[in-house]
Design a protein around this ligand. Structure first.
Ligand SMILES: N[C@@H](CCC(=O)N[C@@H](CS)C(=O)NCC(=O)O)C(=O)O
Length: 201
């Protein structure tokens, strides 16, 4: 049995859960709830960066989410969610864009969660928000290919990024990005694991 260290609301952990589901590997993975603020638990020994998700397989720690998705694809025989050939780089760049949107969104969330109000820096928050806005604009101008059958890593990552914006910013992105909203609806229909992994806290 592999262990996935994650938390229910983690969008990067959600990438791994969706990937495992579409590859038929979910029953080989046990999810262990993990608090990234816990200095004494195993997380910081397994991943010195103290970030989730981490996948433990036979005592070996695998991170970050991109590497875990690649690893699960390898376990499933390869070329399933990480396409082979030229399509590989389109999928990986799409994943990098979606992960970058997530990184910037998470920094905005942490600014409020971890920094006292008088020490917040609006210019820095706007700088992060700009990354999200430009990323969403690029995706609206050129939405990911619709999902038919199994999604690839780029499509999984975009769905998790949009799902996280829904969770933390009440779906405000939807109004100005109708094509992307329609794309996400299509993803949700094609990939039941998306709804199944939604954080309902
Ligand atoms: N590049 C990493 C990002 C992971 C990440 O930012 N995880 C967040 C939770 S969703 C985290 O662990 N935050 C705690 C911290 O940054 O210390 C990945 O793809 O897995």
């Amino acid at each position: 049995m592999m262990i996935l260290r994650s938390s229910p609301a983690s969008p990067f952990g959600r990438k791994v859960k969706i990937a495992a589901a579409v590859l038929g590997l979910s029953d080989r993975i046990e999810v262990a709830g993990t608090d990234t603020g816990d200095a004494e638990g195993p997380l910081r020994k397994e991943n010195p960066l103290g970030k989730i998700p981490v996948l433990i397989d036979q005592g070996k720690a695998i991170y970050d989410s991109r590497v875990i998705l690649e690893y699960l694809d390898h376990l499933a025989g390869g070329g399933k969610i990480v396409p082979a050939g030229a399509a590989r780089f389109d999928a990986l760049v799409l994943q990098a864009l979606a992960d970058g949107i997530l990184d910037a969104t998470i920094l905005r969330v942490y600014e409020v969660r971890h920094r006292p109000e008088e020490r917040r820096h609006p210019g820095w928050v706007e700088y992060q928000a700009g990354k999200v806005e430009r990323g969403l604009a690029a995706l609206e101008a050129s939405p990911p290919p619709p999902v038919s059958g199994r999604p690839h890593v780029g499509q999984i990552a975009v769905a998790c990024a949009l799902g996280y914006l829904d969770l933390r910013f009440e779906g405000a992105w939807r109004k100005d990005h109708p094509k992307l909203a329609a794309w996400l609806d299509g993803f949700a229909k094609a990939v039941p694991a998306f709804e199944a992994t939604r954080f309902k806290g």
